[in-house]
Every structure is written in structure tokens, then in C-alpha cells.
Design a protein around this ligand. Structure first.
Ligand SMILES: Nc1nc2c(ncn2[C@@H]2O[C@H](COP(=O)(O)OP(=O)(O)O)[C@@H](O)[C@H]2O)c(=O)[nH]1
Ligand SMILES: [Mg+2]
Length: 311
């Protein structure tokens, strides 16, 4: 792989280069550190939006509508549909492509599914790297859609500037969301399928849960949408804009990004250390023998390994 050409291609916004770079992230390819090094200085300008919620609530449909809103506002946009639990981009994600097909010929739109094939840090590390590639490629807006509401999905949503949590009548109730820790990371709540019975109850339930939670500097609004009928989309777009305005004005955007960088470097370093410690331990016949003979205990052995690693 010609990494220099790949980096230049991404920076020039060439779709094939962007697609190849994201594949390198999925695979945890050996050239990934070099790609990251070549792009990082050119990132940080895209706005990022996360879409999380139970399967079937309408995330992909909403993503398609947000793409339309972004294009109408004259902004370019990328959609990254991620499945943190699967090494394959499964049926749900392929369905997403079909749903967003009307944008397929628009040069200002890039749509891509992503799975975790070989990236050692899993999706919570792979997704932010893929987002940075899209950022470096010049997309004004990056929308990240996850397939469900597990811990990995919460992590991915928390790694965007504005996290949208989507519910729908009969799907993924608020109590379930609270258990998954998703309420805390939500910046905007979307109750989709407002054309169906029960949407008002979901809205009410959410307001109730929010009242019970701790006070926050940003009170997440609860919006009702009917994505299929394109109802409530303008209001949603406005709420996203407002949240971004709040982030910028309050300094929370800087804080959020700093916290994210810290977590990411910490995770990457921990992953490297874990691999190195495992390899060292396997090679250290003496230490293993001491452990087996009970001459050293696991805590002391771990300390020894930790001290032995260069910082
Ligand atoms: N009635 C109704 N159906 C919707 C609405 N939005 C999406 N759907 C449908 O719900 C199904 C799941 O939508 P999808 O966007 O794939 O959900 P995802 O799994 O969260 O990405 C599809 O059949 C959509 O057409 C809506 O506002 N009202
Ligand atoms: Mg979807």
C-alpha cells in the first residue's frame, strides 16, 4: 500500500481513497498508524452527530432526512453506519444503503457501513478513527449511526459532538435506555414514528425520566418526528444546531473533545501495554515458574511487568 498516496487521496476528498482508508481502520491494518499520523493535523473541523437507538426505531430513515437537511443548507455530509458487535456489515446495514440510495449519486454525500474485523481496540476506537478520515476528507458533517443500544454503541455515540437518542412507540423504552446508560449521553431525544399511537406516551415518559435525573447545563430537548413523512425534521435540524451553538458558546465542545482525546489515547496505550505485557509474560519462563511455585503472587508479578515497560 502506498500510504503517502492514500493520505493525499483522502485529503483531496477522493472517495476511493476514503473508502480504502476506512477499510484499513476496520482491518486494523499495519499502515493504520501511518495513515492516522498523516491525517490528524487536518482533522477537527467536521461537526459530528451520533444516532443511537433500538433496531427499527428509524435511525437510518432519520439519517437520510438529516442528509437532505444538510445538503439543503449547502453542507457536505458523510454517514457512517457502524455495527460494534459484528465482524461483518450485516443485513441491517445493507438495508441502510438501500434507504439512502437517493443520495447515492450526490457527490457531496458519502455513505459507508463499518464493522470491526481486526481493529484491536474494537469499535469504540475504530469509529473515531474512521470519523477523522471523513473529517480530513473535508465533509462538513459526519453522521454516525449505530445498530443498537449496547455498551459499545453508547461509547460510539458518546464520541460524537451531538448524540441523538432515538425511540419509537413500542421499541426501546426509556427504562431500557436508562439501564444502558444512554440517557446520560443524549444531547437530543427523538421520538420517531410520531404518526403511530403511543408516541405521546414515550415523550411524556422521557420528560419524566429527565426530571428525575441530575440538573445539566444543557437540558436535552425531546422532539417528535415522523421521518417517513418528513415531519419534525426541520425542528430536529434546528435542535442539533442549537446544541452545537451551546457547545461552542459554553466551551463544552473543547472540554468534550479533550476528554475524548484523553480517553482514546488512554485506551490505545492500555491496549498496547496489554499486548506487550502478555508477550513479556509468556517469554518470562522464570516469572512463570515463580508464579507456579507460589514464590511470587499475581499482584507482585503484575507490578514487575508494569515497572519493566518503558513509559
Ligand atoms: N410509521 C413509521 N415508520 C417509520 C418511520 N421512520 C421509519 N419508519 C420505518 O421503520 C422501519 C425501520 O426504519 P430504519 O430507518 O431502518 O430503522 P433503524 O433500524 O433504526 O435504522 C422501516 O420500515 C422504516 O420505513 C416513521 O416515522 N413512521
Ligand atoms: Mg439502521
Amino acid at each position: 500500500v502506498d500510504v503517502e498516496a492514500l493520505i493525499a487521496g483522502v485529503l483531496a476528498g477522493e472517495r476511493r481513497a476514503v473508502a480504502r482508508a476506512i477499510s484499513a481502520v476496520e482491518d486494523g491494518a499495519p499502515e493504520l498508524p501511518a495513515i492516522s499520523a498523516g491525517l490528524y493535523a487536518r482533522t477537527g473541523t467536521a461537526a459530528t452527530i451520533g444516532l443511537t437507538g433500538a433496531p427499527g426505531v428509524g435511525k437510518s430513515t432519520l439519517a437520510g432526512e438529516l442528509v437532505r437537511a444538510a445538503r439543503e443548507a449547502g453542507r457536505t455530509v458523510a454517514v457512517l453506519a457502524v455495527d460494534p458487535t459484528s465482524p461483518y456489515t450485516g443485513g441491517a446495514l445493507l438495508g441502510d444503503r438501500v434507504r439512502m440510495q437517493e443520495h447515492a449519486t450526490d457527490e457531496g454525500v458519502f455513505i459507508r457501513s463499518m464493522a470491526t474485523r481486526g481493529h484491536l481496540g474494537g469499535m469504540s476506537l475504530a469509529a473515531p478513527e474512521a470519523v477523522r478520515i471523513l473529517d480530513a476528507a473535508g465533509y462538513d458533517l459526519v453522521i454516525v449511526e449505530t445498530v443498537g443500544v449496547g455498551q459499545a454503541e453508547v461509547d460510539v455515540a458518546a464520541a460524537t459532538d451531538t448524540a441523538l437518542v432515538v425511540l419509537a412507540p413500542g421499541l426501546g423504552d426509556a427504562v431500557q435506555m436508562a439501564k444502558a446508560g444512554i440517557l446520560e449521553v443524549a444531547d437530543v431525544f427523538v421520538v420517531n414514528k410520531a404518526d403511530r399511537d403511543g408516541a405521546n406516551e414515550v415523550v411524556r415518559e422521557l420528560h419524566q425520566m429527565l426530571r428525575m435525573g441530575p440538573p445539566r447545563t444543557w437540558a436535552p430537548p425531546v422532539l417528535a418526528t415522523a421521518a417517513l413523512e418528513r415531519r419534525g425534521i426541520a425542528e430536529l435540524w434546528e435542535a442539533v444546531d442549537e446544541h452545537r451553538g451551546h457547545l461552542t458558546a459554553s466551551g463544552d465542545l473543547e472540554g468534550k473533545r479533550r476528554a475524548r482525546q484523553l480517553r482514546e489515547v488512554e485506551s490505545l496505550a492500555a491496549e498496547r501495554f496489554r499486548l506487550r505485557a502478555a508477550a513479556t509474560l509468556e517469554d518470562d519462563a522464570g516469572l512463570l515458574a515463580d508464579l507456579a511455585a507460589r514464590r511470587i503472587d499475581p499482584y507482585a508479578a503484575a507490578d514487575q511487568l508494569a515497572r519493566g515497560s518503558p513509559a
